[in-house]
Design a protein around this ligand. Structure first.
Ligand SMILES: [Zn+2]
Length: 352
């Protein structure tokens, strides 16, 4: 008779499988803003497309999980090559989440999380949902979580402030937002979505030390345990396309977690280099990467596989997206490297 595995046994099996990249225990997090066809295209998903996304998840028997519950690995799924879990998130609390998304989600009994910048709820009442609306969403089964107080650009540390003082201000702001959420809605989990997806690793790490899980806006599947800034797939505008959606919800993280990534690029750093050896252990030739100007061609130097932009990156946010077909048909490893490129005088790019 086979004895059930002890906790130590599970941990050993988990480690062994991870070592060989066999473990497919991954979470794919979707990031939406507006569910509307009347709001800015790039941050909007049309209601019928959103509904098609939900129906695809149900038709394919893909488990939709509550984000806060999915952050720790489920040992019962360790070793399965077919586990696909998806979490649904919204940023900013736009009215269409209540009016359009909520009925579609509750009808299908799907959990979701809404990240809220707390001061904007108070000061921009026409633009965002009210506390009462958020309570309605919470009562209907949605989770409300932290998106700062005023949706600040926290990566933009003023040059006259020390990193220590800036980190203190960032943490104080996150805790203030958390206190505001709890004062209006009761206890909420420690989940924080970075405004604009922008970050400095030291800030994200300090917030993690406060017990928060920190989410970005770079695409990719979440590994277990979660990486420093957890990826989410943006689902607005062209990224809402149903065929792309079908591929993305089945993605997996690369077998190895990349080294801590420093996304801020100063004046002359226009072609940042990534060593793919830090994420994949073999078969580099099967990895495909794209930057803002198209496909990135890898070069090999002393057993390292390097990718860099084919054209200098322009000031603004940019990404290198890398994929590779995994050992499971139809499932890609997916990782996106996020950049914030300052201009040649080290000034920040304007928000569009
Ligand atoms: Zn936001």
């Amino acid at each position: 008779m086979i004895k059930p595995l002890t906790l130590l046994g599970w941990m050993a099996l988990f480690g062994w499988l991870s070592l060989f990249g066999i473990n497919a225990n991954a979470l794919v997090i979707l990031q939406y803003h507006h569910i509307s066809d009347k709001t800015p295209f790039i941050t909007s998903t049309a209601p019928e497309i959103f509904e098609a996304h939900l129906d695809h998840l149900i038709a394919e028997d893909i488990e939709v999980v509550a984000l806060e519950k999915a952050l720790t690995a489920d040992p019962t799924s360790v070793g399965s090559n077919h586990v696909v879990k998806v979490a649904i998130t919204f940023d900013d609390a736009f009215p269409s989440v209540l009016v359009k998304a909520l009925p579609l989600l509750t009808e299908r009994q799907l959990p979701f999380t809404l990240f809220v910048a707390t001061d904007l709820i108070e000061t921009s009442r026409n633009r965002y949902l009210s506390w009462e609306d958020l309570k309605t969403i919470q009562t209907a089964g949605g989770t409300i979580a932290n998106h700062s107080t005023r949706h600040q650009h926290w990566a933009r540390k003023p040059s006259d402030q020390s990193m220590q003082a800036w980190t203190k201000a960032f943490i104080a702001d996150a805790l203030e937002a958390q206190a505001m959420l709890e004062a209006n809605l009761g206890p909420v989990p420690k989940l924080y979505a970075l405004p604009y997806g922008e970050y400095l690793p030291a800030l994200a790490s300090a917030l993690e030390n406060e017990g928060f899980t920190v989410f970005g806006q770079q695409s990719g599947a979440m590994a277990y345990p979660p990486q420093l800034v957890v990826p989410r797939f943006p689902m607005g505008g062209p990224y809402s396309d149903i065929n792309r959606f079908k591929t993305k919800v089945r993605t997996r993280p690369f077998p190895r977690q990349p080294k801590r990534h420093q996304p801020l690029l100063h004046g002359l750093e226009t072609r940042p280099i990534i060593n793919l050896k830090t994420i994949a252990s073999k078969e580099f030739e099967r990895i495909t990467c794209f930057g803002p100007e198209g496909r990135l061609t890898p070069s090999t130097v002393n057993d390292n596989v390097l990718i860099g932009a084919s054209q200098p990156l322009k000031p603004g946010r940019a990404r290198y997206n890398c994929t590779q077909m995994s050992d499971q048909p139809g499932r890609y490893f997916w990782h996106s490297f996020f950049w914030m490129k300052l201009d040649s005088d080290n000034r920040w790019y304007p928000e569009p």
